[in-house]
Ligand binder design. Structure first.
Ligand code: SF4
Length: 428
């Protein structure tokens, strides 16, 4: 490992550091947003939101600039007469799903996605999913989850979706050899790179959740060990453990160091000799370090303030700090799950204020006082902050862009160096 990728500071020790907890007004984006990247990942699945015109507009506007083919998501809109109890919603849903399958026979899995309106009227989508699965047995499987979001973060939609999938995974009964499951939606290019490295490590029984095709759900049991690829999959991890699987704890695979440590956790679980591990990752890790060099030159010493939004904030701040030399002033996260992000949290300097939850006005005041070089935040705060002269980075971009793994390290760094360079040029 290149010395420059070792943690920049002495570990703070996650159990000891003070966390600012705020429970005020917060800026959130609901879990329906996850459909945008999940529908791309599971290529034979359809996401049917049961919601309002607002839900429909949210997905259309989030997806609008990114969809070039016929989308595999839609909204079954609950009309006023439905809300007034004038229509049988179960019949309506059955009709819509029937129409959908007649038009799209390639669909193998349908997610009924609950929303605020469907929850307000207590529409039982789990019962509907069972009924529809029976009606269309052999053709399509129907699952459900909630994407509603007054009190959630937008990445919780993926956690809810994968939780529904965990409940549908077949049991690995009688399987005597250890298998590895990678949990969290990754772009196909990242998944392929990871598969190649696992093969070089000699770990061949590797499955990804979600799979590219819904018909390829991996089995799970006591011989399954799993690594999270995303830090916000708390419920999914808990459910996998409930099915007998064991989680491998690691920093998240961002940058050269984070990715090395993530693979190291898998290598240890499969007793891969150190020399074989070093050899398997050497070339890719060296490429990642080389790709980071020019960005470190631009970003080292620059200050960053992260508002709570995606739940990626702690691993991201770790990457920006320990691999690019940036100085995190405040690292806000909607929820601080120490078990999942503890190894990244340990690498953050004591000087970084960790905050959980939000009181948006107070946090904005802290940000204004700190005058950071770049702010990572949700869409709702980015424009006003830009108007005040701050350079911002939308945290949602981190979900739409392949950022995990060695070969994406440079791209991830560029997401931060590009806006800073652009602003410098604008000032000239
Ligand atoms: Fe629909 Fe609720 Fe999300 Fe608004 S917050 S788009 S009503 S699910």
């Amino acid at each position: 490992m290149n010395a420059s990728f070792k943690p920049a500071t002495a570990p703070a020790g996650c159990s000891s550091r003070e966390v600012l907890r705020e429970r005020g007004q917060h800026e959130v984006f609901c879990g329906l947003t996850g459909i945008i990247w999940l529908h791309r990942k599971i290529q034979d699945a359809f996401f049917l939101v049961v919601g309002s015109r607002t839900c429909s507009h949210l997905i259309q506007s989030a997806a609008g600039v990114m969809i070039f083919a016929e989308p595999r998501f839609a909204t079954a809109i609950i009309e006023d007469r439905d809300l007034a109890g004038l229509a049988d919603l179960d019949d309506e849903l059955d009709r819509i799903v029937g129409q959908l399958l007649a038009r799209r026979p390639d669909i193998r899995m349908i997610f009924l996605v609950g929303s605020c309106p469907s929850e307000v009227i207590k529409l039982d989508l789990s019962r509907a999913a069972v009924r529809l699965s029976q009606q269309h047995a052999g053709q399509v499987r129907v699952l459900n989850y909630s994407g509603s979001g007054i009190e959630t973060t937008f990445t919780q939609g993926e956690d809810a979706c994968l939780s529904a999938l965990v409940n549908a995974l077949p049991a690995a009964d009688g399987k005597a050899t250890r298998s590895l499951m990678i949990v969290g939606a990754l772009s196909d290019v990242v998944e392929d790179q990871f598969r190649r490295i696992f093969a070089a490590l000699g770990i061949t029984d590797v499955a990804f959740l979600p799979p590219r095709r819904s018909t390829e759900l991996p089995s799970v049991g006591i011989e399954t060990v799993f690594l999270l690829a995303q830090p916000f999959l708390t419920q999914t991890a808990r459910l996998l453990e409930g099915r007998g699987a064991r989680q491998l704890m690691a920093p998240f695979p961002l940058g050269a160091w984070g990715t090395s440590e993530w693979f190291r956790a898998a290598a240890k679980a499969f007793n891969v000799p150190t020399a074989k591990f070093d050899q398997a990752i050497a070339a890719a890790a060296a490429r990642a370090r080389a790709a980071l060099d020019p960005h470190r030159f631009r970003l080292s010493g620059k200050t960053v303030f992260l508002f709570p939004d995606s739940q990626l904030e702690i691993p991201l701040a770790r990457f920006l700090c320990s691999e690019l030399g940036m100085v995190p002033i405040e690292v806000g996260t909607p929820y601080l799950n120490r078990r999942q992000v503890g190894l990244d949290l340990d690498q953050l300097p004591e000087t970084a204020q960790i905050s959980e939850g939000q009181d948006v006005e107070r946090q904005l005041e802290r940000c204004r006082r700190a005058k950071p070089d770049i702010v990572v935040c949700g869409l709702g705060l980015a424009n006003p902050l830009e108007a005040e002269g701050f350079t911002t980075k939308w945290s949602i971009e981190l979900l739409f862009t392949p950022i995990q793994g060695f070969d994406q390290a440079g791209d991830l760094a560029e997401l931060f160096s590009r806006p800073l360079v652009r602003r410098t040029m604008l000032r000239v």
